[in-house]
Design a protein around this ligand. Structure first.
Ligand SMILES: Nc1ncnc2c1ncn2[C@@H]1O[C@H](COP(=O)(O)OP(=O)(O)OP(=O)(O)O)[C@@H](O)[C@H]1O
Length: 281
């Protein structure tokens, strides 16, 4: 049975696990209308995303889970303007995305810090690349490093920091030009389990303090439920929306939230979308 059919065949979810619709018509946040992507290659077409329609609200923590190769990274590249959709339209803050734009900061799985630049100068990289006035952003870069607990490490080189610290620096780099939106592609996938949990708590705090809209991609269903206001579940490639779930856990959340019956029920429910394929943890 395919994922959509599986989702449809399930019994009606309890009220707190209900599928939710998008709040269309709002000009803020991110709005996708009929967005699809087919890669044209020498070996033929690779349909990667079927037409997607959803809206991410301003200030929302929105998490996408889906099987490997279903088009999650493609989705992120489309929203950042690094790729053009084959069909449809993406609006970020009410403006149509036609090219890479400054409304987003991106965090990848690996911190990708430049080894010859110290931490502060790595955080300042977008400012240097965009030729923005350095003095104006220097205090902001230092304040962000303070926010993520890296005060005193400004002059260190990346190899002198742990993996988790490097990833925190890369979050500062994504935020230094003060974008409205943070796009995160498996940001903690390369970290050990304990560091990853700590980074999740840290990330929620950063999002609360900076009030950014976050779109985060993960393979981990528990991580998705722990972090998200809403979780979008994708089908296998070409990816489509299988379901969108509200996460009604109160904020701020601590790791104790994972023991809440609402958390475990929601993890189970999302896992049902995948159990037959065994594609997620
Ligand atoms: N530049 C490209 N040219 C051709 N096909 C591509 C290209 N980039 C991605 N694809 C294909 O599109 C599909 C979706 O890729 P994408 O990287 O978006 O998936 P994903 O869900 O992020 O995967 P994963 O979870 O394994 O990281 C895959 O089948 C992939 O092989």
């Amino acid at each position: 049975m395919n994922l959509a059919a599986m989702a449809a065949s399930d019994a009606q979810p309890a009220a707190h696990l209900r599928l939710v619709s998008d709040r269309a018509g709002d000009a803020s946040g991110i709005k996708l209308s009929g967005v699809s992507k087919t890669y044209r290659t020498r070996d033929g077409d690779v349909p990667s995303l079927r037409p997607l329609d959803f809206h991410i609200n301003d200030g929302e923590f929105f998490v996408v889970v889906g099987p490997s190769g279903c088009g999650k990274s493609t989705l992120l590249k489309l929203i950042s303007g690094l790729l053009a959709p084959t069909s449809g339209e993406i609006l970020v803050e009410g403006e149509k995305v036609t090219a890479p734009h400054g409304n987003v900061g991106i965090v990848f799985q690996n911190a990708l810090l430049l080894p010859w630049r110290n931490i502060l100068n790595n955080v300042m990289l977008p400012i240097d690349m965009k030729r923005l006035p350095r003095p104006q952003y220097l205090d902001r870069a230092k304040a962000l490093l303070r926010l993520v607990g890296l005060e005193g490490f400004e002059k260190k080189l990346p190899w002198q920091l742990s993996g988790g610290m490097q990833q925190r620096a890369s979050i500062c780099r994504a935020l230094v030009h003060d974008p409205k939106i943070m796009l995160m592609d498996e940001p903690f996938g390369a970290l050990d389990a304990l560091t990853r949990e700590r980074m999740n708590v840290e990330l929620m705090r950063i999002q609360r303090e900076t009030r950014k809209t976050v779109l985060l991609i993960t393979h981990s269903i528990p991580e998705a439920v722990f972090l998200a206001d809403r979780v979008l579940v994708m089908t296998e490639r070409p990816g489509a929306v299988a379901a969108i779930y509200d996460v009604p856990l109160p904020r701020p959340r601590s790791l104790d939230a994972m023991a809440d019956p609402v958390f475990t029920e929601l993890v189970q429910r999302i896992r049902k979308h995948f159990f037959s394929q065994g594609t997620l943890d």
